[in-house]
Write a protein that binds this ligand. Structure first.
Ligand SMILES: O=P(O)(O)OC[C@H]1O[C@](O)(CO)[C@@H](O)[C@@H]1O
Length: 245
């Protein structure tokens, strides 16, 4: 695992965007795994700027990690809307080349199987972008999540619902109790992983994930089993690491 510590959050996000752009430029048919959450907003902002300076998304396909369930794709609080507003509508990626789990699917298990099939049909994910939740989740894989799990319907922890309440007018009780998420096994299948964490609030869970035991109780600790994983932190998020990053 390669750990990069940037001086601040913006520098960490610029570094992440530069690596995504390098992957896109160096790959004939890039398949991006995308994430949501506050950390990713600055990364998408930088990527949109790069697009305005010539970076094309036209050859990309994308698969997002997760979506609330149930939620309509046109609900402004959905991750469909998040992706449209922060990235897709600003770049040259055709909507049919982007995919986010369907939070309105009448049969969620079928949707999860179809999602796995679609990733496989695209040739697998080349670069998977990841954030980390305060529970140690990657995607919405709350503890405990077996490292072999695949895309599935999960229950969200109260910590996560509270963490994500901002989009729901700060009413955590309104955050859906369930979500569709790629499994830890699905994530580990990506050829390269890029996790980004910034801010002091993430320091404890970053330490648990990178310095603690590799355990299903901290999904992000699974990244240490991946042969090509880079973690980009700012100094605050790296603050409790044994090595200091
Ligand atoms: O960047 P944030 O808002 O702290 O979120 C951390 C992670 O948890 C999630 O909310 C769940 O996947 C992601 O969207 C995000 O990567």
């Amino acid at each position: 695992m390669d750990i990069v510590v940037a001086p601040d959050a913006m520098a960490a996000c610029r570094e992440a965007a530069a690596r995504i752009a390098a992957y896109m430029r160096g790959t004939p048919e890039p398949v991006l795994g995308l994430a949501t959450g506050r950390t990713m907003e600055a990364i998408y902002h930088v990527l949109v700027g790069m697009h305005r300076n010539g970076l094309s998304f036209a050859r990309c396909r994308s698969f997002n990690l997760d979506e609330y369930y149930p939620i309509a794709p046109d609900d402004p609080r959905s991750y469909h809307a998040y992706m449209r507003e922060r990235l897709f509508r600003h770049v040259d990626i055709a909507p049919e080349r982007t995919r986010v789990p369907d939070g309105a699917a009448p049969d969620p298990e079928r949707e999860c199987r179809a999602y796995e099939d679609a990733i496989r049909a695209a040739g697998g994910i080349g670069l998977q972008l990841l954030g980390i939740g305060l529970t140690g989740h990657i995607g919405f894989n709350e503890p405990p999540s077996d490292f072999a799990t695949r895309t599935r319907l999960v229950e969200l922890d109260e910590t996560t619902r509270r963490q994500n309440a901002e989009m729901f007018d700060d009413r955590w009780q309104d955050v859906p109790r369930r979500a569709l998420t790629m499994g830890v096994g699905t994530i580990l299948d990506a050829r390269r992983l890029l996790m980004v964490a910034t801010g002091a609030a993430k320091a404890r869970i970053v330490r648990d994930a990178l310095d603690g035991p590799v355990t299903p109780m901290v999904s992000a600790s699974a990244l240490r089993q991946h042969p090509a994983c880079t973690v980009i932190l700012d100094e605050e998020a790296a603050g409790l690491l044994r090595s200091g990053g």
